[in-house]
Design a protein around this ligand. Structure first.
Ligand SMILES: [Zn+2]
Length: 232
């Protein structure tokens, strides 16, 4: 195998590792981002608080009605017991029963309004709960897929690193030194394939001298334009 070909194999393994490392980094960012779940949780918390308020308001009115009914019954019981003879006192009691009746009617209206408000709050809460559950389930499923993908990529990257190590062994130290010196400036692609007479990295046709040296395959030859190590 020519040194250029050996370097090209090293480059292929390195690019495959870089690709996987990049995706692993992306996945780590995705796993940290659960804003959508947090937003749904906040919505749920708000609707839950509203529902509690509405339920409490309804319950309060129920208790007020209960108190009015109790008082009304007690007054009526005294009124019709026959024990009270004083006309003034009887009239007062009669007035009180009527006043309690009016109070109860008002409370009944309020109770109806409170019931509608509570039912609305319940419906909003149910919706927020369903949304939260759906988003959480989706996120966890996606989370699991991403974890699985990350695991697979990590194993692949380790294997590719081993392959690279083996590929480096057949490269002469001097050639490796040149390759390493070009790696940064050539964006991790110091080696370029030639198709016909053209460098596939920059698209420039090479002169016959370069092509002649390349075809002999004995020494490293560089693209006359981009300076990359050329390989067939
Ligand atoms: Zn080139």
């Amino acid at each position: 195998m020519s040194q250029a070909r050996a370097l090209y194999r090293v480059q292929e393994f390195e690019l495959a590792v870089i690709e996987r490392t990049k995706r692993i980094k992306e996945i780590k960012t995705l796993l940290e981002d659960n804003d959508i779940v947090q937003e749904a949780q906040q919505d749920f918390d708000l609707t839950q608080a509203s529902l509690e308020d509405a339920s409490k308001a309804f319950k309060d009115i129920e208790l007020q009605i209960e108190a009015v009914v109790t008082k009304q019954k007690a007054t009526e019981s005294r009124l019709y017991s026959g024990n009270v003879k004083n006309p003034k006192e009887l009239q007062d009691m009669q007035n009180e029963v009527e006043s309690l009746n009016r109070r109860r009617e008002t409370l009944d209206d309020k109770l109806l309004e409170a019931m509608v408000a509570r039912d609305d709050a319940q419906a909003t809460f149910d919706e927020a709960q369903a949304t939260l559950q759906e988003i959480t389930t989706d996120w966890e499923a996606e989370h699991q897929d991403l974890l699985d993908e990350k695991q697979t990529l990590t194993v692949e990257a380790e294997k590719l690193m081993q392959d690279r190590k083996a590929a480096v062994k057949v490269v002469e130290p001097s050639a490796m030194k040149i390759y390493n010196s070009l790696r940064t400036s050539k964006a991790n692609r110091p080696v370029a394939q030639v198709e016909g007479k053209t460098c596939t990295a920059c698209g420039i046709e090479q002169n016959n001298t370069i092509i002649g040296v390349l075809n002999q395959g004995n020494s490293l030859v560089y693209c006359q334009n981009c300076g990359r190590i050329l390989v067939r």
